[in-house]
Ligand binder design. Structure first.
Ligand SMILES: [Zn+2]
Length: 673
């Protein structure tokens, strides 16, 4: 087989945000894929880096009172440690703030200039006089230009779901200083993305999944907007050459980190980075979440195209992880931290669990402890580990750890398992990992049945020679399964290599014979998950939730609250409030904050309402619930359809949103007075 040069990357974790279970999913997916390619004998660079620039980092470093370099250096180290603790091994893990990355960023910029893909333009932006800086969208709040709701985000409204430019907000203020913002002009540098529209339109569907290509199609209905790639000082990033006071936007230099990290990996082995990024035979694969598709399927390939680097062979996109904690954190606080997981459980359990859920489709994954325990205890420990522990322990007890020929009656079972190797390799190649775990689990199932049906623990008294063969068969099946699962369970593979006195397994290790081989005494490979371990993680999590809640409420209290203006009873009765029953609640395709509710308001016809409460409720939480409802609110046309009324809720927003419900006895349609 021809050796391929392959670069594999997860997205670069942002240094200013906490690593969470979604990162573990992404690194699991990309690491499994990279490890599989290594097992097949290819030249693989599995690289990553901390995404280390931008305003949030600058402000956090200021708040912590340390230079930005120190701040990112420290967090980058912690993040890498956590990732290593989960068993991820990189050929290089860098930071986007290195000299190597700067050199590549300048190369990109010069090529863009040479290709006439750069343009300067003066734009209006919100500026904070007090902080003496232009503020990005996420640091701006104000009144929604569509519905008039106060205290809305810089780019979208939680109340009505509208999206807009922060320039359109009424009464814009700084999130950090609370200061009123002014409009100021500034010259920015733009990348003329539309120059590459035809290229991207053709490239995109061929290099990502059907689902993603369909989702992105609408962008090509119009011209692609130019991309603003500069930010004014103060900014933490690389200064633009010959443009004092202007810096590259963090999203320009972040993906270049894929290349600079590969260059550092190549420097370690004496290879040339161009053999991975400029040679037409080499291959590049990115694994990303569905929230950053735009950057990876439009800006990034266009940048690579301009600069003469290879464009990605494939951008693999995964969904989000919904943990049960997010659903029930309000009552029990069950979301968990990575640290509490690692303190209590083997990292491989989570890798295995994710593998059983991962396919080539960008579907969300519902994580529940119940399902997690079931998969690990029943499939991984109960079926796979069971083969190894029974086989090895009995072989040592009765035959001093010495293997024989296999049981001749089992050769079909073994051959079938070996014959599946190219099918399994195909599943790995196509990122259909759940098909790998299902296929291997079915074989381990059959292997246990084979063993149980022969009752070797009885047979050993009358026909020990046959039992030695049965045990050798069992261990052959076990070792084959471990080789197949090595990309998913690297530590188990190492421990198994040790048990059998083997060198590291590759795909070529399949089809081995154990005849005459002596194995080491069995040591524990993996244990079942105990309910107590799950409880410990849950308890840790509720402590975390409680303490952050306490902090949040303190921050809120410090905000001055305006005294509301008094109204007369006549004003009040203008609002027709009624009890409504939630008949149906659903997610809204493309809306991050909204749920679509079908309400019974005591009339023949139901009402359709879009409510911005997705951050705190799932559809299941709401179905069947009675809620307080504004009956005579003028219907509003929203992006997703008409909203006919409003459901009332209390709380600060985010997870702290509480729908108002009547006491028992109230009926749909009852007036609230
Ligand atoms: Zn609004």
């Amino acid at each position: 087989m021809k050796k391929r040069n392959i670069v594999v990357t997860p997205a670069l974790p942002y240094v200013n945000s906490r690593l969470h279970i979604g990162h573990i999913l992404e690194h699991t997916q990309s690491h499994i894929w990279a490890s599989f390619q290594k097992m097949r004998g290819h030249n693989v660079k599995f690289v990553c880096a901390g995404d280390s620039h931008g305003t949030p980092i600058m402000l956090s470093a200021r708040a912590a009172g340390v230079p930005e370099k120190d701040y990112i250096g420290q967090i980058n180290k912690q993040q890498l440690q956590t990732l290593n603790d989960f068993g991820f091994e990189y050929d290089n893990y860098s930071s986007t703030d290195t000299e190597t990355n700067k050199k590549f960023v300048y190369e990109f910029y010069n090529k863009m200039k040479e290709s006439d893909a750069i343009e300067k333009r003066t734009i209006d932006q919100l500026y904070c006089e007090k902080e003496q800086m232009f503020l990005p969208d996420r640091f701006v709040k104000g009144t929604c230009p569509k519905c008039g709701a106060e205290d809305q985000n810089g780019d979208s409204c939680d109340n009505c779901g509208a999206t807009y430019s922060p320039m359109d907000l009424g009464n814009p203020r700084s999130v950090t200083s609370g200061e009123k913002l002014v409009v100021k002009k500034s010259e920015h540098i733009f990348f003329k993305l539309n120059n590459y529209r035809d290229f991207l339109k053709e490239w995109l569907p061929a290099h990502t999944s059907k689902e993603i290509a369909n989702k992105m199609k609408e962008w090509f209905n119009e011209d692609l907007r130019d991309w603003d790639i500069s930010r004014d000082k103060p900014y933490f990033g690389f200064e633009v050459p010959d443009e004092p006071g202007k810096y590259f936007y963090v999203w320009l230099d972040a993906p270049v980190g894929y290349i600079s990290s590969t260059a550092e990996a190549c420097a370690k082995t004496g290879e040339d980075v161009n053999d991975y990024w400029k040679n037409s035979d080499s291959e590049v694969y990115h694994f990303i979440g569905k929230d950053i598709i735009y950057f990876h399927t439009l800006f990034w390939p266009a940048m690579l195209k301009v600069s003469g680097f290879n464009t990605p062979n494939r951008v693999f996109v995964h969904g989000f992880v919904n943990t049960e904690g997010e659903k029930i954190s309000k009552s029990k606080g069950n979301s968990f931290t990575l640290k509490s997981y690692l303190d209590n459980l083997d990292s491989q359990y989570l890798r295995y669990y994710f593998a059983t859920k991962l396919s080539s489709k960008p579907n969300d994954i519902e994580f529940t402890f119940e399902d997690f325990m079931q998969r690990v205890n029943s499939d991984l420990v109960g079926k796979l580990i069971n083969l190894g522990s029974r086989g090895a322990q009995m072989l040592h007890k009765n035959f001093a750890g010495k293997c024989s020929e296999i049981d001749p009656n089992s050769s079909e079972l073994i051959n079938d398992f070996i014959k599946a190797s190219e099918e399994i390799a195909g599943f790995y190649e196509a990122t259909e990992f759940s098909k790998v775990t299902t296929l291997v689990r079915d074989f381990t199932d059959k292997s246990n049945q084979y063993f149980d049906s022969l009752e070797p623990w009885k047979l050993v008294k009358t026909d020990p020679e046959q039992v030695q063969k049965i045990l050798t068969t069992l261990l052959t099946l076990f070792k084959t399964a471990v080789i197949y699962l090595k990309p998913i369970l690297p530590q188990l593979a190492k421990d198994t290599e040790d048990l059998f006195n083997d060198t590291p397994y590759s795909w070529d290790s399949l089809g081995f014979s154990l005849a005459g081989k002596e194995i080491k005494p069995y040591k524990h490979l993996m244990k079942r998950i105990d309910k107590k371990q799950i409880e410990a993680i849950r308890n840790d999590a509720s402590n975390v939730t409680k303490s952050t809640k306490a902090k949040d409420s303190k921050a809120k209290k410090e905000k001055p609250s305006a005294t509301p203006k008094e109204i007369s009873i006549d004003d009040f009765i203008k609002v027709d409030l009624r009890v409504a029953e939630v008949v149906k609640a659903e997610h809204v395709e493309g809306a991050d904050k909204l749920l679509q509710l079908t309400l019974n308001v005591g009339e023949e016809k139901t009402r359709n309402v879009f409510a911005g409460i997705k951050s705190a409720y799932t559809p299941e939480d709401l179905t069947g619930k009675y809620v307080a409802f504004v009956y005579n609110l003028k219907p509003r046309k929203m992006k997703f359809g008409m909203s006919e009324g409003m459901v009332l809720a209390a709380g600060a927003g985010g997870k702290d949103l509480f729908v108002i419900s009547p006491d028992k006895g109230a009926k749909p349609g009852d007036k609230i007075k």
